[in-house]
Design a protein around this ligand. Structure first.
Ligand SMILES: CC(C)(COP(=O)(O)OP(=O)(O)OC[C@H]1O[C@@H](n2cnc3c(N)ncnc32)[C@H](O)[C@@H]1OP(=O)(O)O)[C@@H](O)C(=O)NCCC(=O)NCCS
Length: 263
C-alpha cells in the first residue's frame, strides 16, 4: 500500500492505482455512471449528468471531508483515466460500508477485486477498522463474486427490503469482511518459494514493518540498524517478491502469508 501526501491517499498493487477523484474526471464519471448496469445496481441519480458529478466531488473538497468518507478513482497506469469509483463509508464505530463500480469500458479485468482488496487493507491497516461491510441488491452476481473473491462472508439469505433504490425498497445480500479473513483469502495455496528466493528472517521483519507503513528511518530505529542497511533489505525484498514498489511487495507478502495486517 502506497501512501502519498496530498488531499487523498493513493493506493496501488502495481496494476490498479486508486487516486482521489478530480474535476478532470467529470466527463468519464458521467459516461461511466450513466451506464444501464450501474443504474440498475447503484442508487445514483438517473439520468446522471455533469452537475451530479460536480456535486459528488464537492462532498470531498477538504482533507477532513475526504477522511470522513474516503473515495477513490480506479485507474490503470499509465492511463490516468477515471475507470470507476470505490469508497468506504465509516460508521464511526469500527465499521465501514464499501461501495464500488467499474466503468463499462474497464470491466472484465477484475479491477473491482484488486481495488476492493487494497481499500479493505487500507480500512484495517490505516483506519484501524474491525470490519468492512458490503451489500448489494439481490441478483447482483458480479458484485457478489468480487466481494467473495476478496474474502467477504456472504450468506445466501436475502434481507427483505433492506435497501432503498429510488423510492423502492429492495431485497439485499449482506456481507462482512474481517482483517483475518482478508489475510487468509490473500494467501497463495502452498506456492513455496524456490530456496534462493525465500526471504531471510531479517527481510521478513522488514516486510512486516513495511506492512505497518513504517518509513526506512522508522524501520532502522525499530530494528537498531542503519537506514542504508534497511534500504538494502527493502531492495532485496522487492527483488525476491518480484515487486516493483513497496506497496506491491506488501500485497505479495500478504498473499503469501509472509506478513499479516496489523491488529
Ligand atoms: C460489479 C463490478 C464493479 C465488477 O466489475 P469488474 O471488476 O470489471 O468485474 P469482472 O467483470 O472482472 O467480474 C468479476 C467476477 O464476476 C463475474 N461476473 C461478472 N458478471 C457476472 C454475472 N452477470 N453473473 C455472474 N458472475 C458475473 C466474473 O465472471 C468475474 O468472476 P471470475 O473472476 O471468477 O471470472 C461491475 O460489474 C459494475 O460496475 N457493475 C455495476 C455497478 C455495481 O453493481 N456495483 C456494485 C454495487 S454493490
Amino acid at each position: 500500500m502506497l501512501t502519498v501526501p496530498g488531499p487523498a491517499v493513493t493506493l496501488s498493487d502495481g496494476v490498479v492505482l486508486l487516486r482521489g477523484e478530480q474535476p478532470t474526471d467529470i466527463d468519464d464519471m458521467v459516461s461511466g455512471c450513466a451506464d444501464p448496469l450501474t443504474a440498475q445496481w447503484v442508487p445514483l441519480p438517473a439520468p446522471y449528468g455533469p452537475d451530479d458529478a460536480r456535486a459528488w466531488l464537492a462532498l470531498r473538497e477538504t482533507d477532513e471531508q475526504w477522511w470522513s468518507w474516503p473515495m477513490w478513482a480506479i485507474t490503470t497506469p499509465p492511463a490516468p483515466r477515471w475507470s470507476g469509483s470505490i469508497g468506504l463509508h465509516p460508521d464511526g464505530a469500527g465499521a465501514a460500508e464499501v461501495g464500488y463500480l467499474v466503468a463499462p469500458w474497464a470491466r472484465g479485468d477484475r479491477l473491482a477485486e484488486r481495488s476492493l482488496r487494497l481499500v479493505c487493507a487500507f480500512a484495517f491497516g490505516t483506519l484501524g477498522l474491525q470490519v468492512v461491510t458490503w451489500r448489494a441488491y439481490v441478483g447482483n452476481e458480479a458484485s457478489r463474486r468480487v466481494a467473495q473473491q476478496v474474502g467477504f462472508d456472504i450468506p445466501d439469505h436475502a434481507f427483505a427490503r433492506w435497501g432503498a433504490h429510488r423510492g423502492e425498497r429492495r431485497d439485499c445480500w449482506l456481507g462482512t469482511l474481517t482483517p483475518e479473513a482478508l489475510a487468509r483469502r490473500g494467501r497463495l495455496p502452498d506456492a513455496a518459494d524456490p530456496t534462493d528466493r525465500a526471504l531471510t528472517a531479517r527481510e521478513v521483519q522488514v516486510l512486516d514493518l513495511m506492512t505497518r507503513g513504517r518509513t526506512n528511518q522508522e524501520i532502522a530505529d525499530d530494528l537498531g540498524i542503519s537506514t542504508n542497511t534497511v534500504k538494502n533489505h527493502v531492495r532485496s525484498v522487492l527483488e525476491k517478491l518480484s515487486a516493483r514498489s513497496r506497496a506491491e511487495a506488501v500485497v505479495v507478502g500478504l498473499r503469501r502469508g509472509l506478513t499479516t495486517l496489523p491488529d
